[in-house]
Ligand binder design. Structure first.
Ligand code: ADP
Ligand code: TRP
Length: 321
C-alpha cells in the first residue's frame, strides 16, 4: 500500500496541525510505503515572498524530522524537485472540466473572501492530482478540508483513463484522517495561523509561558464552580493528558476553588513533556543544515524514477512519446 500526503510550507506549525495531521502521518510510516512531501509549488499560490518561502520550506522539514519523521521508514521530499509533476499537471488539465474546479470549496472560499484569484489558485487541485497520481498512491491521508481535492483527483484520473481507454493511473482511495476534533486556539476559535491564535509546537520557556498565560478565560472568582467544557484551558489540556487526569481536572473545575493559572501551569508542563524531546532534536538539526538538504535530495532521488515511469505511461497514452 502506498501512502502519500503533502504539507504546505506556509509558516510555523502549531499544535492543531500536530494533532490534526502530523501525528497521523508519523503513525502511518509503519503501515505501508509512505511518501511525504513539502508542497512548495502549492505554497506559491499564497506566499509571494521568496525568502519567506525558503524559510517555510526549511522550517517544515525541520519540524517533521524533529517530531519523528524517519527518512529510513518513509520517503520525504520537496515537490519542486520532481520535475515530472508540473508536466503531468499539464496532461491532466486537458481532461479536467472547468466546472469541476469551479465547484471546489477552498477556491470558492477564497473568492468569497474577496481574493482576486490567479490561475494557480484555480488549478491548485490539478497540481494536487499530479502529486497523488504520479507515485501511484493508494491512500491519501488528509484532513477534512482536503477531502474534496482527493475526490477531484479520483475524477481526473478516471477521466484520463476513460479518454485513452487505458489504466494509466491507480485510483487513490479516499481515506480521511480520523476526526480528532478541532483543536481550539488561545481565543477558543479553531486554532489557525491565519487567526493568530495558535500555540507553536516548538515554543518553549518564556515565550511558551506567555502564550499559554494568554489563553482566554472568564473572570469567575476562584471559589466559583466552573464549566470545564466551556473553558479553553481545559479543552487544550484534555488533548494531552491521560483519561484519568482529564477526569481529575474536570472534577476540580466543577467543584470550585480552582485557579485558572494552576491549569495553565499544568498545560505548559504537558506541552514541555510532549514536545521537549522534539525541541532538542530540532536544535540539533538546525546545526546540520546539510543533513536536512541531503534527506530531501535523497527523497527526490527515490521518487523520480517512479514519477518518470508514471509520466511515460501518461505521455504514451495520449500520443506524446
Ligand atoms: P492553518 O489553519 O493553521 O493554516 P492548515 O490549513 O495549513 O492550518 O492545516 C494543515 C492541516 O492541519 C489541516 O489539513 C488539518 O488537518 C490540520 N489542522 C489545522 N488546524 C487544526 C485545528 N485547529 N484542529 C485540528 N486540526 C487542524
Ligand atoms: N493541499 C494540501 C493542504 O493544503 C497539501 C497538498 C498538496 C497535498 N498536494 C497534496 C495533500 C497531495 C495530499 C496529497 O494541506
Amino acid at each position: 500500500m502506498r501512502i502519500l500526503s503533502g504539507i504546505q510550507p506556509s509558516g510555523k506549525l502549531h499544535i492543531g496541525n500536530y494533532l490534526g495531521a502530523m501525528r497521523q502521518h508519523l503513525e502511518l510510516q509503519d503501515r505501508g510505503e509512505a511518501f511525504y512531501f513539502i508542497a512548495d509549488f502549492h505554497a506559491l499560490t499564497t506566499v509571494k515572498e521568496p525568502q519567506a518561502l525558503r524559510e517555510h520550506v526549511r522550517d517544515v522539514a525541520l519540524d517533521y524530522l524533529a517530531l519523528g519523521l524517519d527518512p529510513a521508514r518513509c520517503t520525504f521530499y520537496r515537490q519542486s524537485d520532481i520535475h515530472e509533476v508540473p508536466e503531468l499537471t499539464w496532461l491532466l488539465t486537458t481532461v479536467t472540466p472547468m466546472g469541476l474546479l469551479e465547484r471546489c470549496h477552498s477556491y470558492k472560499d477564497k473568492l468569497a473572501k474577496g481574493l482576486s484569484p490567479d490561475h494557480g489558485l484555480f488549478a491548485y487541485p490539478v497540481l494536487m492530482a499530479a502529486d497523488i497520481l504520479i507515485v501511484d498512491s493508494n491512500v491519501v491521508p488528509v484532513g477534512k478540508d482536503q477531502k474534496q481535492h482527493v475526490e477531484v483527483t479520483r475524477d481526473i484520473a478516471q477521466r484520463f483513463n476513460n479518454t485513452y481507454g487505458l489504466e494509466v493511473f491507480v485510483i487513490p482511495e479516499d481515506r480521511i484522517l480520523p476526526e480528532t476534533g478541532v483543536v481550539p486556539g488561545i481565543d477558543g476559535q479553531k486554532m489557525s495561523k491565519s487567526y493568530g491564535n495558535d500555540i507553536g509546537i516548538f515554543l518553549e520557556g518564556k515565550a511558551l509561558k506567555e502564550r499559554v498565560m494568554a489563553v482566554v478565560t472568564d473572570s469567575a472568582p476562584v471559589e466559583a464552580p466552573k464549566d470545564p467544557d466551556a473553558n479553553n484551558v481545559f479543552n487544550l489540556l484534555k488533548l494531552f493528558v491521560s483519561k484519568e487526569e482529564e477526569a481529575e481536572w474536570r472534577e476540580r473545575f466543577l467543584k470550585g476553588g480552582l485557579k485558572y493559572s494552576d491549569a495553565k501551569k499544568r498545560l505548559i508542563a504537558v506541552l514541555d513533556e510532549t514536545f521537549g524531546p522534539a525541541r532538542e532534536r530540532r536544535k540539533e538539526l538546525v546545526r546540520r543544515p546539510d543533513y536536512v538538504e541531503e534527506v530531501l535530495r535523497e527523497g527526490a532521488r527515490k521518487v523520480r524514477p517512479i514519477a518518470a515511469a508514471t509520466l511515460a505511461r501518461a505521455r504514451k497514452a495520449c500520443g506524446i512519446d
